[in-house]
Write a protein that binds this ligand. Structure first.
Ligand code: SAH
Length: 394
């Protein structure tokens, strides 16, 4: 049992699910990592049942606020069924498509990520609580979705914070093909779920890829941090004249090539540059190259509060370079997937970058993670991805 310090129950009364080590006054009885423990306030009134994770600063994550609800196989079946129903509501259940099926706190399953690629699922167990219930979770996923195969990609360093080793491999059913082909907004994408980044594909940019496609007919597009060319394929299918992808990952660019072929896009309409975006953008600036649309979708530059200032500078630097590569009337589409970056700050940085580049413009779209990556009303930290489309004046 976790007894909270006086006053530290406040966030739980607002249904927030995180309990930090500093909020805990006392641990009564024995509890092993991943065990389900009762959480009580300083007067020992029941608050919640939570997963115990002593190795982490985030020492417990709430499973349920209902004193009558137990955490067992049936609990996971109910929560997973609710998550699947939500994707059906969002019309993301097309069998040949893909989506995020379970988004951790956003689906009241802290630490669990499940992505659906057609008939296959890719799972990440990111907390001691979900690790403890791996068998129940896999069984529930099989039962609720009828997936052909379930593959684990818990090979991520965030597991270390929970005292867990990295893991990877087939969990149930048959091995997924390599690549798996999924359809998104009429585009086909090949995904390598074994070796790709995260679980293989960035579903969180689905709606933004559609927004970029709508801007792209007849345009020359620079797709920086392209990964497997998602934005580029969407732009080309929408009639873009030419796309340049830049990424530091050779395997990602190889799949980007394959994606052109699968979508019957003439290979000459796309150029791939393997390299560092910062130096490539500088080189293009020196060469006075110009584009109609520039996309900047970098990895997380802000991993912690300590990295905030440095990270903001990096976002501003690339946005300045991006603005500088636009023709008059061109559009910069830049993103930040750092949770610590607020939308207000991101707008300010983008505005400052325009000033630095000596251009003025208008914000034309505010973009965010697609809705299969839900933010729970109780856990605002789930909102991490923001983007802006900014048109510079003619
Ligand atoms: N826009 C992509 C997702 C981008 S993820 C999509 O829609 O699918 C970020 C990408 O940036 C990764 O592919 C990673 O390989 C690449 N990357 C990270 N740092 C980089 C750098 N300094 N230069 C070039 N690419 C980089």
């Amino acid at each position: 049992m976790l007894i909270l310090a006086p006053g530290r129950e406040k966030s739980l009364l607002r249904r927030h699910v995180w309990i930090f080590s500093g909020a805990i006054a006392e641990v009564e009885g024995e509890a092993a990592p991943g065990d389900t423990v009762a959480v009580v306030d300083s007067k020992r009134r029941f608050l919640a049942r939570a997963a115990w994770s002593p190795a982490s600063q985030l020492s417990a994550r709430v499973w349920t606020f209902d004193p009558k609800e137990t955490v067992d196989a049936d609990f996971f079946r109910r929560r997973i069924a609710a998550a699947v129903e939500h994707r059906k509501f969002l019309k993301l259940d097309a069998p040949e498509g893909g989506c995020r099926l379970v988004h951790s706190e956003g689906d009241a399953l802290p630490g669990l990520i499940v992505d659906r690629y057609g008939e296959f699922l890719v799972v990440q167990f990111l907390s001691a609580g979900v690790e403890r219930f791996r068998a129940e979770i896999v069984a529930a996923l099989e039962e609720v979705t009828g997936a052909k195969g379930i593959y684990e990609r818990s090979d991520t360093s965030v597991r270390a914070k929970e005292g867990l080793e990295e893991r990877k491999g087939l969990l149930a059913g048959v091995e997924p093909p390599n690549p798996i082909v999924i359809v998104e907004n009429d585009a086909k994408y090949a995904v390598d779920v074994r070796h790709g980044q995260k679980s293989g594909f960035y579903f969180d940019q689905r709606d933004s890829r559609a927004a970029v496609a709508a801007l792209s007919a007849g345009k020359r597009v620079l797709n920086a941090f392209s990964y497997t060319g998602g934005f580029g394929v969407a732009a080309l299918l929408a009639g873009a004249e030419h796309v340049v992808n830049i990424d530091s990952s050779a395997p990602a660019l190889k799949l980007a090539r394959h994606n052109l072929e699968m979508n019957r896009i003439a290979p000459t309409r796309c150029e791939d540059i393997e390299g560092d975006v910062f130096s490539e953008l500088r080189r293009m600036t020196e060469a006075r190259m110009k584009f109609d649309v520039v996309i900047l979708d970098p990895p997380k530059f802000i991993e912690s509060r300590a990295a905030l200032v440095k990270g903001c500078r990096a976002y501003q630097d690339i946005a300045r370079l991006g603005f500088g590569l636009l023709v008059p009337g061109g559009v910069l589409v830049n993103f930040s997937c750092s949770g610590l970056m607020t939308p207000e700050l991101f707008q300010k940085i983008t505005a400052d970058a325009a000033l630095d580049a000596g251009v003025a413009g208008k914000f034309i779209h505010r973009l965010e993670q697609s809705p299969d990556h839900p933010t729970s009303t109780a856990v605002p930290e789930g909102f991490y991805l923001k983007g802006l489309a900014t048109r510079i004046d003619i």
